[in-house]
Design a protein. Sequence first.
Length: 315
Amino acid sequence: MAPSFRNYLELHFIVFLWGFTAILGKLISVPAVELVFFRTLLAASALAFILYLKKISFKIGRRQIIKIVGVGFLISAHWILFFASARVSSVAICLAGLSTVSLWTAILEPIFTSKKIKAHEILMSFLIIIGLYLIFRFEFNHLLGIIMAVASAMLSAIFTIINARLAKQHRPLVISCYELTGACLATALFFPFYVLFLTDTRSLNFNLTWLDGLWLLLLALVCTVYPFTSTVRLMQRISAFTVNLSVNLEPVYGIVFALFIFKEDEQMSIGFYLGAAIILFSVFAHALIEGYLNRRRKLTVAPAIPGTLPETPIL
């Protein structure tokens, strides 16, 4: 069925919610590691409950479960670095660094798959490097936060590439449930090292206020479970290109919202905004070029006649 205006409106509402993720992470008082544990525990439990209600089987084979849970370990590290970046620097720095996921995907995807390196991806990657240079140069006091955000983006690119393969074999809801369970398990296993070497009090901080509890529920259910399940449903009507192009608005929404909520704490130099603008431009340009090339391929590939070999596409 053709997408309706309501479908597009819901898609942008989901991206709007994702834009609040880093903001909620900064509002919640517990440290980043404990925050990720709570988020993954609540989200995995909610997804398991949804699977139970929908009567979807959890059985996918022991070997596959181990692989998918292993991906959850990457997700745990990605979220810990993501939230820690927002804490030690700012939401704007965190989201600007996360925007480099396109750069990491362009670099890593040919390594993990048989995909060929594309000229326009090299150009976009070069632009992102320029944007990062400007941010590093003018926001050197946020160096640790920038490094954490860029590392978080790299991990995001890796598990997205892996998920592209897994999604062809199993239901997305089942994959997500096991991955979030793995992320929760990985965070719990990280606790001993975290307590001994990365905390001043040598103890975990699970002291949630009632406001923390509210923000956590919003983060786990509204900004994690609801967007995922709704996006899967919307992609039955809306093309993947349109979805990906819309998701690129997340850093834009997040940075703008952070300026209104945290005000002076989120004020950055002109160099930061110039660098962030270059990164966001490259992300949008990459999506537009990919959409153009995909449309061109569809127009140039002649329809196959049953019983014959397809003709070589004219590029």
